[in-house]
Design a binder for this molecule. Structure first.
Ligand code: IVH
Length: 665
């Protein structure tokens, strides 16, 4: 990099940019530039500060690890600071790293381990006498956010360690969103709540920074551990031994750990890890190379920011260049028109990609994407194909601008702008009807095996299906007239349809396609109202009393049940014999310990409110949304607000979570 004219001005400009991107990354979980671009800024600043030591300031971002804790969480001071790692993108620098350590080792033998660098959110767990007492994010390295409540909801994190752990230990690792969960979370969010998360790391960071543990719990996060902070008592002698101990205590560790004893085998281990990383359950953005001997780690120590005994090698994000052949429009089940890039098929991150969503018109304008462009494709979170960049220098002048159509490509109804999305508002639009039927029959809804996109299209084309209700009047003879439909498949389909009549209520609620209602809210609605009739008559305030239901969703549910068309659909489904909740397994009271009690839940609990409510109902109690004279118990978690005050005013007994646990056994 050539020396800038005014190094002081450049340094201050770089600092401002770095602060800005740090804030986006650490606090808003919405980065605008890649890690590589960020590292380039930081490096440029480091180089400037090295060349002009007078420009270095004590609070320069080159001397800090990352973000500051969020204000909403209690601060948690790490017993041993959480450092970060130096990054490199070049095998040459890896060799230099090994050579540096050899020099420090003065002839002593060195062993290295090579682990996946998990792209998640760094976490430190404090266990005392084997019990999880605190979980904290990294924050500024010395103080993070206390996210214990959220972390307790992560299913592969033990609340108690097995065996004989030290009296006090900090274990360090990463919280991540499994790639498969990221993929389904994005499909669930795509239509109703754009924009979807950019990648699993953002989804994990966004989830762990929820002040509401119930939301974290619903996100199916997981964790993996690779190191330690404070450790009271005898420590193992190697990194390997350390990981073995973690595993014995029941903590998940990286699924693949390679070994190497010299620079060349380090480089090839890093390459071979790169070759298999797409098969890991978590997203990896690199490999971490560590010296195995803990004694040498202590001896070699750290710089201000990072240990000398470890380094992170970042893989190039896998990108492929291809031609954007066309932009087509997909009409979703709620009428949203989504532009889709039709690509010349290309292999990237483990599979062939031929289509990628372009989200909306603004996204196309922002990236200046034109039909005929050469584009770079990347898979967000190694799963979802996305157009990341247009190769403008490759334009020939024959590329065409894309314009959203003025009418729906399926039914020709004029389209309307709704936020960033264009929508077809014709409820009988054939494309919407197809997508609605498909959604109704999908795995996450009524789970009607065989009734996927292809068959739905065939049935709609043959005029055998025009609405969800028609599914239940399908008969064998017309089915047999369809192409590729034999006696056996027709019988299987009809049997699958019949089975779906008894599916639990939450599946039906999800399948109906009520705007904003997804699996989680459908489950909550079912467990709260038990039947469609109860739900149908619920007003907005009653809906709002359910924990996971906010304003927009409550309004949407209420108005869905006001539409004569929807009521007619329900009527037909009822006549067709579908379970409207009456046939759901009653969550039979396990005993009647709480019969006659009326509970209100408030504040943050370590389990979700729906779980707590289920427990109360199983024990014969009732759960309501607001405190009144009829309330007999208030279950108050942390940071309980006005409900707690009101309960105290009315003299209603306040139960802590601890007391609730012993009450409920
Ligand atoms: S070791 C002293 N091992 O990457 C720091 N870190 O960019 C020891 N990370 O701060 C960290 N996978 O949050 C280590 N296998 C792994 C890792 C890993 C992901 C994270 C960690 C670290 C960051 C550095």
């Amino acid at each position: 990099m050539s020396e800038p004219k005014d190094p002081a001005a450049r340094a201050s400009d770089l600092r401002a940019q770095i602060e800005h991107h740090n804030d986006l990354y650490y606090h808003k979980a919405a980065p605008e530039i890649s890690d590589r671009e960020f590292d380039a800024l930081l490096r440029e600043l480091q180089d400037l500060e090295t060349a002009h030591p007078d420009l270095a300031t004590p609070d320069s971002p080159t001397r800090r690890v990352g973000g500051r804790p969020l204000e909403e969480f209690a601060p948690a001071k790490h017993l041993v600071p959480m450092q970060s790692l130096d990054n490199t993108y070049s095998p040459e620098e890896l060799r230099e790293f090994v050579a540096r350590l050899h020099k420090l080792a003065e002839g002593r033998q060195l062993h290295f381990t090579i682990e996946p660098k998990v792209d998640g959110v760094a976490i430190s767990l404090l266990y005392q006498h084997g019990r999880l007492v605190r979980a904290a994010t990294r924050g500024d390295g010395s103080t993070g956010d206390d996210v214990t409540q959220n972390v307790r909801t992560i299913s592969n994190i033990p609340h108690r360690l097995n065996g004989h752990p030290p009296a006090r230990i900090e274990v360090r690792g990463e919280i991540y969103l499994p790639k498969s969960v990221f993929a389904s979370l994005n499909t669930e969010r795509d239509e109703e709540r754009p924009p979807p998360f950019a990648n699993p790391r953002n989804a994990a960071a966004g989830s762990i920074k929820q002040l509401d543990p119930a939301i974290t719990a619903a996100r199916k996060l997981a964790a993996v551990f690779y190191g330690s902070g404070a450790w009271e008592g005898d420590q193992p002698t190697t990194g390997h031994g350390l990981l073995e101990s973690l595993e014995q205590w029941g903590l998940p560790i990286p699924e693949k750990i390679l070994e190497a004893a010299d620079a060349e085998s380090v480089v090839s281990a890093v390459e071979s890890l790169g070759g298999i990383r797409h098969d890991f359950v978590y997203e990896t953005d690199g490999a971490v190379i560590k010296l195995d001997s803990l004694a040498l780690r202590r001896e070699f120590g750290s710089t201000a920011k990072a240990p000398r005994w470890a380094i992170a090698y970042k893989y190039e994000p896998e990108r492929a260049e291809t031609l954007l052949l066309d932009i087509t429009i997909q009409v979703g089940r709620t009428g949203t028109l989504t532009p889709v890039a039709e690509l010349q098929p290309v292999f990237v991150s483990g599979s062939t990609v031929a289509r990628a969503t372009l989200h909306n018109e603004e996204e196309i304008e922002r990236k200046d994407i034109r039909i005929g462009d050469t584009v770079l494709i990347e898979k967000a979170g190694e799963v979802i194909p996305a157009v990341v960049e247009v190769k403008k220098e490759r334009r020939t002048g024959t590329e065409r601008h894309f314009h959203m159509p003025a009418t729906c490509p399926s039914c020709s109804t004029p389209v309307h702008k709704d936020g960033v999305a264009w929508k077809c508002t014709n409820p009988t639009c054939p494309a919407q009807v197809r997508r609605r039927i498909e959604h109704f029959a999908s795995k996450q809804a009524m789970d009607i095996e065989g009734l996927g996109e292809a068959l739905v299209n065939q049935l709609v084309d043959a005029s055998l299906l025009a609405s969800i209700a028609d599914i239940y009047s399908l008969e064998k003879p017309p089915l047999l007239a369809l192409e590729r439909m034999g006696e056996k498949s027709a019988a299987n389909l009809l049997a699958a349809i019949d089975t779906s009549r008894s599916r639990p209520l939450w599946r039906l609620l999800n399948g109906l396609g009520i705007p904003h209602v997804g699996v989680t809210s459908a489950r909550d609605l079912a467990s709260h109202f038990h039947t469609i009739d109860n739900l149908k008559s619920a007003d907005v305030p009653t809906l709002l009393a359910i924990h996971s239901i906010g304003d927009i969703m409550a309004q949407a549910i209420h108005s869905w049940f006001q539409s004569p068309q929807n009521l007619a659909l329900l009527e037909s489904l009822h006549t067709a014999g579908l379970n409207f909740g009456e046939r759901d397994e009653p969550a039979a009271p396990a005993d009647n310990r709480l019969t006659g009690t009326i509970w209100v839940l408030t504040g943050t609990l370590s389990i979700s409110r729906e779980e707590a409510s289920d427990i109360i109902r199983r024990l014969g109690g009732k759960v309501t949304g607001s405190v009144s004279k009829k309330t007999t118990h208030l279950l108050a978690g942390d940071e309980a607000g006005s409900k707690l005050d009101k309960a105290k005013d009315l003299g209603i007994p306040v139960i802590t979570e601890e007391e609730f646990r012993s009450l409920a056994g």
